[in-house]
Unconditional design. Sequence first.
Length: 306
Amino acid sequence: MRKASKSSVQKAGVGPERMKVIRDPTKMQATANRLRGEGLLIGFVPTMGYLHEGHASLLRAARKRSDVVVLSIFVNPTQFGPHEDLAKYPRDIERDEEMARQEGVDYIFYPEAASMYPEGYQTYVNVEQLTRSHCGVSRPTHFRGVATVCTKLFNLVLPHRAYFGQKDYQQAAVIRRMVKDLNMNLEIAVMPTVREADGLAMSSRNVYLSPDERKDALCLHESLQMANDMFHSGESDAKKIVKAMRANIESKRSARIDYVSIVDTDTLEELDVIRDKAVVLLAVFMGKTRLIDNDILCRGTARRAR
Ligand code: AMP
């Protein structure tokens, strides 16, 4: 992969003081085509907005390695189930624009749902195996929506590299698989999870939590630490680790487990015995808010999820 060059950026007239917001998908694609024609390297961060430090870390990574940084903000209706929080998903475009400007974003792609899914729309991308388990069980159409919108966004933004967070581990695995299976012409970079000072993974949905739920929500991180400690103390029986994690989470009043699972890092297939590497995945309802988190267990590396 070519390295980003400063002089080509200056030539193209992009930079923080010139950040542009594009709403029209056709215009986004024409702009991306022009930028590519000028030989510029496009880094892309797809989001649903209501930006926080986790998103900012992706923008910083993109800024470091690209000539042009494109951020998309789109609360994608096709990845929400009929009874999920599409209508009340938090939004604050002005704050997002300010944060994007500060992170050196060149273009915000901020389309309307009707322009992404006009009347007559009927094409979806389905990654078969990886989407059946875990979040795919309680959210059966979620990953179809994610894969579809990412395909559309990749076709419109034409990135050389797109940045995703490890926080949504299954999503990153699905996107990687899709890009490989469909021979898409871009690289996927997955960046570490950014946490609040007390360990809670940052998420736009954390604003839904009541003070009590916010306190109890620490059990996600605590149980991941517990898994890590057990693993590094020599425990390799996945069931024993899951049992201890479940007990910790179940001791919190507002917590209801969706799943706690230790799986292969690529296939996401359940493991009985952890050999050198695995990923712990969990989804827990805190009241009505469903939170996810994960951590990689790897022999010979320091403890994670701190
Ligand atoms: P979202 O706006 O929640 O759809 O997230 C957009 C991107 O930001 C996805 O690739 C997420 O995985 C990533 N992301 C969300 N939260 C975090 C976090 N706490 N740390 C790192 N990346 C994150």
